[in-house]
Design a protein around this ligand. Structure first.
Ligand code: MF3
Ligand code: CO
Length: 254
């Protein structure tokens, strides 16, 4: 661990290739999400798509201490915040599902997530998704040279809380590059003007997780799935970006 690694244009190009695959898979998955589909089918689709384009699924084989994640995709339904495990569970009309995905190309990572509706969803749920995605873009807009990490955090929190939602504090965004998780951590809350100063060449995964109710989460017995303690709905959007002299560059965008 030696602080925040700045990436060269060549390294950012590799991350960009990985991130492009991430964006393409998420877009394709969006079209597959409908009532009757299993999350396992989405995972299998994602893995084949990644491999066919010459990428490596970044989450498969990922370990946190003794626990190994065995899938390419995280599928987090309704009250699941992040890290939902693909299974034979069938999507039904009115659900929301978070799709989170990482890809490696030439040793460099890209990571992004979207939350999408399954068929028709109530207007209040549509608002949760819209506000969470907006919060991501508010955060990204702060990722400019000379700002500090918590300027991103503060922008995310302010936008989510203005809509009377709460931000999850137990999971954070992160630096990314030659590893999925690098320094610095990027909380989705905090006062502005704190933490490391942003420099050109920093590559960050910014990922607001926003709950309709209380912010607290707990982990299910499967060892991975984080759910809201109060059972309220949760949304998650994520992009991998590069801080450049001309502003934030979103790598996981089509
Ligand atoms: N996108 C998640 C993150 O940034 C990674 C998922 S963890 C895994 O923390 F186990 F699913 F790989
Ligand atoms: Co991430």
């Amino acid at each position: 661990m030696n602080g925040i690694e700045l990436k060269s244009p060549e390294e950012i190009d590799k991350m960009s290739r990985a991130s492009k695959i991430v964006a393409e898979v998420l877009e394709a998955l969006r079209g597959q999400v409908k009532p009757g589909v299993t999350t396992e089918a989405l995972d299998q689709f994602a893995e084949k798509f990644i491999v066919d384009r010459g990428g490596v699924p970044a989450f498969k084989g990922y370990r946190v201490r003794e626990r190994v994640y065995h899938h390419a995709l995280c599928t987090s339904i309704n009250a699941a915040v992040v890290h939902g495990i693909p299974s034979r569970q069938v999507l039904k009309e009115g659900d929301i599902i978070g799709l989170d995905l990482g890809v490696i190309v030439d040793g460099y990572y890209g990571d992004a997530a979207i939350t999408v509706p399954v068929g028709a969803i109530p207007i209040s749920t549509q608002r949760l998704l819209a506000v969470t995605e907006e919060a991501l873009y508010k955060g990204i807009a702060q990722a400019v040279v000379g700002h500090r990490i918590s300027d991103i955090s503060h922008a995310v929190q302010t936008h989510a809380e203005a809509a009377a939602f709460s931000v999850v504090t137990e999971f954070v965004g992160h630096g990314i590059g030659r590893r999925l998780h690098e320094e610095p951590q990027i909380p989705n809350y905090g006062e502005p003007g704190k933490g490391p100063r942003l420099k050109a060449g920093m590559t960050l995964a910014i990922e607001p997780m926003v709950n309709m109710g209380r912010p607290e989460t707990r982990c299910l017995e499967d060892g991975w799935t984080a759910v809201t303690c109060d059972g309220s709905l949760s949304a998650h959007f994520e992009h991998t970006i590069a801080v450049t002299d001309t502003g934030p560059q979103i790598l996981t965008k089509l």
